[in-house]
Design a protein around this ligand. Sequence first.
Ligand SMILES: Nc1ccn([C@@H]2O[C@H](COP(=O)(O)O)[C@@H](O)[C@H]2O)c(=O)n1
Ligand SMILES: C[C@@]1(CO)OP(=O)(O)OP(=O)(O)OC[C@H]1O
Length: 160
Amino acid sequence: MSGFRVGHGFDVHALVPDRPLILGGVQVPYALGLAGHSDADVLLHAICDALLGAAALGDIGRHFPDSDERFRGADSRVLLRHCRDLVQALGFALGNVDATIVCQRPKLAPHIPQMQRHLAEDLGLAADAVNIKATTTEGLGYAGRGEGISAHAVVLLYRG
Ligand SMILES: Nc1ccn([C@@H]2O[C@H](COP(=O)(O)O)[C@@H](O)[C@H]2O)c(=O)n1
Ligand SMILES: C[C@@]1(CO)OP(=O)(O)OP(=O)(O)OC[C@H]1O
C-alpha cells in the first residue's frame, strides 16, 4: 500500500446580516456574513474536513462540537492548525491543498492571494502547494440566490 492519502471536505454556511464575512482567514467586505457557531469560515472548515478525512480522523464536528462553548466565535485558523497537528502526529506530511469556494457574490478574486498566504503559513506548505478557486453557480440554487456560500477541498497527505 502506498503512503499517499487523499481527503475531501465540503461545508456550507448561510449568509446573514450582522456577521463578518471571513473566508480563508480574510475579512471580505460585504453587507452579509456567514452564520455559525465559530467564525463560520466555510473554506477553512472544508479544508479541516479534508485533512481529517485523509487521516481517517472523522470530521470537524467530532473534534470541535458546536455544543462546546470553547468554540463559540472560534478563529477557524486555530481549528485548522489543530487539524494539521493531529495529522502530523500520525506521521503524515502535507502534500498540497486545492479548494473551491462556491459564491455568487461578492467577487473573491482580489482576496484569494491573502487566503493562500494564510493557508501556506498555517499548514507549513510552499506557496505553490496551495490553490484556492472561486466560482459562481451562474445564479442557480442557494448559492446563486446569495443565500449561502459553500466550499469544497481536497488535500494530499503522505508518509515520508
Ligand atoms: N465569488 C466569485 C466567483 C467567481 N470569481 C471569479 O470569476 C471567475 C468566473 O466565475 P464563473 O462562476 O462565472 O465561472 C472565476 O473563475 C473566479 O476567478 C470570483 O472572483 N468571485
Ligand atoms: C466549527 C463549529 C464549532 O464551532 O461550528 P460552526 O462554525 O457552526 O461550523 P460547522 O461547519 O457547522 O461545524 C463545525 C462546528 O462544530
